[in-house]
Write a protein that binds this ligand. Structure first.
Ligand SMILES: [Cu+2]
Length: 287
C-alpha cells in the first residue's frame, strides 16, 4: 500500500517497503512468541480432558495465525498515517491509483490460501484427531473415538440437569460423575425446550433438543470437579441451570454408581425405560 502513495520505482518506495517489512516481522515474531509461551498455557478451556486440550491447541494456533494478518493491517495503516501525512497548507488529493496487479494477486492468493487451509485444518481436527472436539454431533456421530465408552445420558429440563446411566440399570442422578481416563459417550437430550449442555472445563458443549439424541464424546484426563451450565436461554430460571460435575478414579466411580443405584432404587422403578429421548405429558403451566 505504501508503494501506491509514492512515485512508482522511486528508491524511497523500497526503503518504506523494507521498513514496513521489518516492523511487521518484529511485531509478528514477538506477538506469536507471547501467545504460544505466555498466554497459551492459560487459554480456555484448559487441560482437563483430551477434548479441552485439543480445543486449547486450536485456540493457540488460531490466535498465533491471526497475528501476521493483524499486524499486517495495523503496521500498514499506522505507517501510512504517520509517514505520508500531509502538512498544514498542502491539502490536496494524492496521485490517482488505477489497479495494482501484483498487490491484487498477492492479496487474493494469500487470503484464499489462509481461508482454505483453515477450512481443511478445522475439518481434519473435527473428524480426525480431535474426534468432534467435545461438540454434539447429532444422533449419528461422524467422528467416534476408538475403544470402550461409558454411556451417560444428559437430560435438560426447565431448569435442571439430570443424568442417566443405561449400563447401571438406567439410574438417574442429579450429579454427573465420570471415571478418569475413560471415554464417555454423552447422549444429550431435553424434556421440554432447547437447552445447551456446557461442561466448561471438560470442553464439552452440545445442544439439548427435545426428541433428539445429540452425541458428544469426552475423555477426562484426571480427577477433579468441573462446572456445568446451560448455554441456551431456556426460560425464566435459565441462570439456575448450573451444576458441578466430578471426575473420579475408576474405583471411586464404581463405588459411587453402586451407591446411586441403591439410594435411587425406588425412584428408578418409576422412571420410563431408558430411551434416546422422551416425550413427557405436556405440563399445565398457566390458565
Ligand atoms: Cu436451559
Amino acid at each position: 500500500m505504501a508503494s501506491e502513495a509514492l512515485p512508482s520505482g522511486a528508491p524511497a518506495e523500497r526503503v518504506h517497503g523494507r521498513r514496513l517489512l521489518v516492523i511487521w516481522a518484529a511485531l509478528t515474531i514477538i506477538s506469536v512468541l507471547l501467545i504460544v509461551f505466555v498466554a497459551g498455557p492459560h487459554m480456555p478451556p484448559g487441560n482437563f480432558s483430551k477434548e479441552a486440550r485439543d480445543q486449547r491447541h486450536i485456540n493457540i494456533l488460531l490466535a498465533a495465525l491471526a497475528m501476521p494478518v493483524l499486524f499486517g493491517v495495523w503496521t500498514c495503516l499506522l505507517y501510512i498515517f504517520s509517514t505520508f501525512r500531509q502538512g498544514e497548507g498542502e491539502l490536496q488529493d494524492g496521485p490517482p491509483v488505477r489497479g495494482h496487479a501484483r498487490l491484487q494477486v498477492v492479496w487474493v492468493v494469500a487470503t484464499a490460501v489462509i481461508v482454505l487451509a483453515l477450512g481443511a485444518f478445522g475439518t481434519e481436527e473435527l473428524l480426525g484427531s480431535a474426534k468432534g472436539a467435545g461438540g454434539g454431533q447429532g444422533p449419528d456421530p461422524l467422528a467416534v473415538p476408538a475403544g470402550q465408552k461409558v454411556q451417560v445420558q444428559v437430560i435438560g429440563q426447565q431448569w435442571a440437569w439430570t443424568f442417566r446411566y443405561p449400563a447401571y440399570g438406567g439410574v438417574e442422578t442429579s450429579q454427573l460423575a465420570l471415571p478418569e481416563g475413560q471415554t464417555t459417550e454423552l447422549h444429550v437430550t431435553s424434556l421440554d425446550v432447547s437447552h445447551s449442555f456446557w461442561a466448561i472445563q471438560l470442553g464439552v458443549k452440545a445442544d439439548a433438543i427435545p426428541g433428539s439424541d445429540n452425541v458428544a464424546f469426552v475423555t477426562p484426563r484426571h480427577t477433579g470437579s468441573f462446572e456445568i451450565r446451560c448455554a441456551e436461554l431456556c426460560g425464566l430460571w435459565h441462570g439456575h441451570m448450573h451444576n458441578t460435575g466430578v471426575v473420579m478414579t475408576a474405583a471411586g466411580f464404581a463405588a459411587w454408581i453402586r451407591q446411586q443405584q441403591a439410594v435411587n432404587a425406588p425412584a428408578t422403578k418409576t422412571l420410563p425405560p431408558y430411551s434416546t429421548h422422551y416425550f413427557p405429558d405436556p405440563i399445565r403451566r398457566a390458565g
